[in-house]
Design a binder for this molecule. Structure first.
Ligand code: SGN
Ligand code: CA
Length: 524
């Protein structure tokens, strides 16, 4: 009853124009595959991201921010519904079409009197619903001169680099918004997704930097069967392709270059294509001077450390270049909000659809419930009245964004939303007393690209339990305090028998709480 009364009074207050003006705006920036290891606010990043760091400096940085399913479409569906994949129905990229008729956070924000807009990557296949305005990339989108799907279903090609265009469109929308209403704007970048095509002005950036490999780069995945069977290893020519990913080709011979890669580059103007190929020709000449036996793209020996090292440097440099534009452009958006009096009362969220491997375990890509891809960066600049500052240690998940935005907007949070509002964490200066002590994860996209088995699991502040299923049946348990890089599966270690039992109980509890009926799933 009290809750209902509180909601009623909020709704009444919200109806008044003055109260509406006070409700915070929300700028929700989400990138694709940007990982915390490449964001300097998180420490230990080999590249600097000064603009992203500004958000953390005057706001909050979440140390334990996780996704519910480490893949683009599913992660986005969890975010806009506040529900795990088995509830929102979008479990994997390959077969998913988001059911836009279901309850979503943008629709609820609209009902609460917010203007809603989405610019950039959408990736949920069906036409976006719940947005007063949208302009979205087709599927994964293109880095150069990208196409945007308009609200009337037509497609418009824009000239320039994707990250800059998305920022321009975001600013343009804010300029032309209805100033009588608060707004929530989704700015969803394509960067830094594969295959990492840089803005031409940054093509030479980082070329003189040598990146250090993570300590577990040469992991042999002992005791982790699913990890042994993945296809996302940098050293493998099959998984990370020399021509497609690392852009090494015999100059003058484009036959080895995939059509999709050529199509991406061919979107550039003729002059820009010359600039692009001139740079990559010189890289490729250098490559074939150093590795002449690769003229037919055949490995001379299955294990070639020099070649792997070369691939790793190319991967890191390209990813870093793409991230640099992202950092610039987020900075430009922050400056715009500041200079237009919109900074103080706007919640600015910076996050990604998941984390990524930058050579940890020898990998690129994501999907696994291991730390680098289970984590996703999360930084927030808080609106007036929210006092939390600095690092937040509590475990949060992307299903929490929907209830957070709704509570900030003064809207009711429907009971079937599975995430928790972060507002209590953000209101005060200190940590709240009782918060969740475990998070739940479920990944479904198998068989598929990169060959990561289906799995689900739970993570507490210290331990992680994972079950890989479908065509295997493998359990893994990690002690994150003793083994933060997850190299030792202690599931069968008798010393951990008690922990194993406790973690199974946590798993059972969360599967019941979230109503994820695994027995049904495993039979498929
Ligand atoms: C593409 C990529 C994959 C990537 C998936 C999912 N290949 O298929 O490497 O794992 O997207 O990424 S690519 O050669 O087409 O780039 S996600 O972030 O959209 O889920
Ligand atoms: Ca992604």
């Amino acid at each position: 009853m009290q809750k209902q009364l509180a909601f009623f009074s909020l709704a009444v207050a919200a109806a008044g124009a003055s109260a509406q003006a006070q409700r915070p705006n929300i700028v929700y920036i989400m990138t694709d595959d940007h990982t915390a290891q490449m964001l300097s606010a998180y420490g230990n990043s080999p590249v600097q991201t000064p603009n992203l760091d500004r958000i953390a400096q005057d706001g909050v940085l979440f140390r334990n921010s996780f996704v519910a399913n480490s893949l683009s479409g599913p992660s986005r569906a969890c975010m806009i519904t506040g529900k795990h994949s088995h509830k929102n129905g979008f479990t994997n990229n390959e077969h998913g079409i988001f059911d836009g008729s279901q309850q979503t956070m943008p629709k609820l924000m609209q009902q609460a009197g917010y203007q809603t807009a989405l610019i950039g990557k959408w990736h949920l296949v069906s036409t976006p619903t719940g947005f007063d305005y949208f302009e979205v990339l087709r599927g994964q989108g293109e880095y150069y001169n990208p196409d945007f799907i308009q609200m009337d279903g037509s497609t418009k090609r824009e000239q320039g680099y994707c990250t800059n265009i998305i920022t321009n469109k975001a600013i343009d929308w804010i300029e032309h918004r209805d100033r009588q209403k608060p707004f929530i704007l989704f700015v969803h970048h394509k960067a830094c997704h594969r295959d990492w095509l840089p803005e031409l002005k940054y093509m030479r950036e980082y070329e003189n930097q040598t990146f250090e490999k993570p300590a577990n780069f040469n992991d042999n995945w002992e005791g982790r069967v699913a990890a042994q069977q993945q296809e996302m290893t940098i050293a493998s020519q099959h998984d990370m392709d020399l021509a497609y990913d690392n852009k090494a080709y015999l100059p003058g011979d484009s036959s080895r270059l995939s059509q999709s890669y050529l199509n991406y580059v061919n979107r550039l103007s003729k002059e820009d294509q010359q600039v692009y190929w001139a740079f990559h020709d010189s890289l490729s000449c250098d490559f074939f001077r150093r590795f002449p036996s690769y003229r037919h793209y055949k490995a001379t020996s299955p294990k070639n450390d020099a070649l792997t090292d070369w691939k790793f440097q190319r991967y890191m440099r390209d990813y870093a270049k793409v991230t640099k534009s992202l950092d610039d452009e987020v900075g430009r958006l922050l400056d715009y909000l500041k200079s237009h009096g919109l900074y103080d009362n706007t919640l600015i969220v910076y996050t990604s659809d998941q984390g990524f491997y930058m050579g940890e375990h020898g990998w690129f890509d994501k999907r696994f419930m291991y730390e680098e891809s289970l984590n996703t960066p999360l930084l927030m600049h808080l609106p007036q009245g929210y006092k939390r500052h600095g690092e937040v240690q509590e475990m949060v998940q992307n299903i929490d964004y929907a209830p957070t935005f709704l509570e900030m907007a003064g809207a009711r949070i429907p009971a079937d939303i599975q995430g928790r509002s972060l507002v209590p964490l953000l209101k005060g200066e200190k940590a709240v007393g009782k918060w969740r002590d475990a998070i739940y994860y479920h990944f479904y996209e198998y068989p598929a690209e990169h060959s990561v088995k289906r799995h689900y699991g739970v993570r507490t502040s210290r331990y992680k339990l994972i079950h890989f299923y479908n065509d295997i049946d493998e359990w893994e348990l990690f002690d994150l305090k003793q083994d933060p890089t997850e190299m030792h599966n202690v599931y069968d270690d008798r010393k951990y028998a008690g922990v194993r039992k406790q973690m199974h109980a946590v798993l059972k509890k969360l599967q019941k709480q979230y109503d994820d009926n695994i027995e049904n799933e495993i039979k498929h």
